[in-house]
Write a new protein. Structure first.
Length: 264
């Protein structure tokens, strides 16, 4: 993860998932989908403040949590002292090989400078027979396409937000914002994972008003998109955001949970 990316997450650490529990809800949903048993050696890769760590600990997992942003790790360690928390780059882990039964990464792989390096590291540290699962990928590979399609169209608030981001993306400078589209199956297969699958995690978070929705957008990775817009377009983006219809204040999202098994 490059310096500008982890520094942004360092800046937002105090507010991250505090305006609305968006990532905490996803963390619970993802852990429910993966269903790790008590005693599972679990690596939370790009842990943030512990959205995955908390429900994994509640299930009795032995959790190691790593993140490149020191302020995130500091807060995670304070809130979840049972986890082994470390400041670490997901693309170059200072962890032993074959050490974890389950490696999980929530909305991180696609923001790495080199997603392949991150998935390769996940493969290295996974125990033979262990699994790696991540969110934030897409399905451009035929065997995943059918299973990856959402069951229904996105709800109104999600559609309007997505349309606004798409409209303003043309104003970003080269290499603006953060993240890229990554092919989940391609990354997993190239690293050596087998028995690929995709599950789905769905959450719904309610916002009191558009002001709360804006504070939330500025408390995580969306902030990179907003800050990278030229001044006049950023002001217009804010105006349009604050004018989103108030008829539906529930943000519902479904994420694919892509996973593969390390042979052995």
């Amino acid at each position: 993860m490059n310096v500008s990316t982890w520094k942004l997450f360092d800046r937002v650490a105090a507010d991250y998932d505090q305006v609305a529990p968006f990532f905490a809800e996803f963390g619970r949903a993802i852990v429910d989908v993966l269903d790790p048993p008590a005693g599972c050696r679990l690596l939370d890769l790009g842990s943030g403040r512990g959205a995955l760590t908390a429900p994994a600990l509640a299930r009795g997992c032995a959790v190691t949590a790593v993140d490149a942003a020191p302020a995130m790790v500091e807060r995670l360690a304070a809130d979840h002292p049972a986890a082994a928390a470390h400041v670490m780059d997901a693309q170059a882990l200072d962890l032993p090989s074959d050490a974890f039964d389950l490696v999980v990464s929530s909305f991180v792989i696609h923001v790495l400078d080199d997603p392949r390096a991150g998935v390769a590291e996940a493969y290295r540290v996974a125990a033979p027979g262990g699994r790696f699962a991540f969110t934030g990928g897409s399905a451009r590979t035929a065997e995943f396409e059918r299973d990856a399609r959402p069951a229904a169209a996105a709800p109104p608030l999600a559609r309007r937000m997505d349309a606004l981001f798409e409209e303003f993306a043309v104003h970003l400078p080269p290499n603006g914002s953060m993240g890229r589209v990554v092919d989940a199956a391609d990354l997993l297969q190239e690293a050596g994972f087998v028995d690929l699958r995709v599950d789905h995690a769905t959450i719904a978070v309610e916002f009191a008003d558009n002001a709360m929705l804006w504070r939330w957008a500025m408390s995580h990775g969306y902030r990179a998109f907003i800050e990278d817009l030229p001044d006049e377009h950023r002001q217009e983006f804010h105006r349009r955001w604050m004018e989103l219809p108030a008829t539906d204040r529930v943000l519902q999202r479904t994420a694919g949970v892509w996973s593969g098994r390390k042979p052995g």
